[in-house]
Write a protein that binds this ligand. Structure first.
Ligand SMILES: [Fe+2]
Length: 342
């Protein structure tokens, strides 16, 4: 008898025919005109799924014919085709594939760029995701009677403008670089928008044993003057409160955007420990890692991808979070028992 049986339940999105979900790879920030050799390494880890967390291309345009060409170039790369051949892919977007650097709801071509994004990732024509504003969606898998939920957020379509840095912090030794944005303290500052919040509450009320929330921008990091959830502290708090009020167990975050990797852990949010594993840099690199008091260990500056291994048979279910670099070296490793996330 087959040891692992999986029942795949579709919620709002694509159905993959798979036998099991134990290994999930993810990453972000892949320029269409740069080689991405790390994509050739990922299949050797035999992931059951790959999640693109945004900046899946660098389009940065309101010319949709140009955007289509950019996606076409990405899709033609042999390393992308290798990944696609071996591994089912799901995705959300960040700013550069949405349309413009650090932009939110005021990007004028968001409906058109959504269609291009969904077409590229083979979203079925009649799917719910095509019917509502934005691209947020979720996937649910049942493995041996245990439930895995993957929630992909849309941090762009409904997000208010960022607040330009107001000079209130001295750029001292903690911030030896130019700060771009200040936290927005107004109570109605929007990152997800009301429709997505309502949907997210419904999702978190569903039963699940392991819940992965994919957020294109970093969720659990310290304010650093660049873009992150830390620019919307009221929205960040709202999500901590929602995890509490829905009693959603097993939540951890994966994120992208910053062109390096780090694992953040927050224990000061009024709920259980909140982990956020950032994998950002399939082809892109950044010069330095910004201050983050929630970081565990070191930031990884070389190209890399994230890997999530789920041991469904371990008492309480074990989840191993990993980062592998472009030399196929294991750089970050964190074991979490799901009993910790209750
Ligand atoms: Fe990026």
């Amino acid at each position: 008898m087959k040891l692992l049986t999986i029942l795949f339940i579709v919620t709002l999105s694509t159905c993959f025919c798979q036998d099991t979900i134990t290994t999930i790879a993810f990453g972000s920030c892949m320029h269409q005109d740069k080689p991405s050799p790390i994509l050739n390494i990922i299949p050797s880890h035999h992931p059951d799924l790959f999640i693109f967390l945004g900046d899946n291309v660098y389009a940065d345009t309101d010319k949709m014919c140009f955007m289509k060409k950019v996606y076409k170039r990405q899709g033609k790369k042999s390393e992308y085709q290798n990944l696609k051949k071996s591994t089912p892919i799901i995705a959300t977007w960040d700013d550069h594939d949405y349309g413009q650097d650090d932009i939110g709801r005021h990007y004028i071509k968001k409906k058109q760029s959504k269609e291009i994004f969904l077409d590229f990732f083979d979203e079925p024509m009649g799917s719910e995701r095509r019917k509502h504003d934005g691209i947020y969606t979720s996937y649910t898998y049942t493995v041996e009677g245990k439930i895995l939920q993957i929630i992909l957020l849309d941090n762009r379509t409904f997000r208010d403008d960022l607040l330009e840095y107001d000079g209130s912090l001295k750029s001292d030794s903690l911030y030896p670089y130019k700060l771009y944005y200040s936290p927005i303290q107004t109570a109605d500052s929007a990152l997800l928008g009301e429709a997505q919040w309502k949907w997210l509450e419904t999702e978190l009320l569903k039963p699940a044993d392991v819940r992965i929330i994919g957020s294109s921008t970093q969720f659990a990091t310290q304010y650093n003057g660049y873009e992150a959830w830390a620019n919307f502290p009221k929205e960040q708090e709202r999500l901590y409160n929602l995890i509490n009020s829905t009693k959603a167990n097993g939540v951890f975050f994966i994120s992208g955007d910053v062109h390096y990797s780090e694992l953040s852990k927050r224990e000061d949010t009024g709920t259980y420990p909140i982990y956020d594993l950032t994998a950002s840099g399939l082809s892109e690199e950044w010069k330095f890692a910004t201050p983050n008091k929630y970081r565990i260990g070191n930031a990884i500056m070389e190209n890399h991808f994230g890997l999530i291994n789920i041991d469904w048979k371990a008492p309480g279910i074990n989840v191993k979070l990993e980062i592998w670099d472009v030399n196929n070296q294991l750089r970050i490793e964190q074991l979490i028992n799901m009993n910790e996330l209750k």
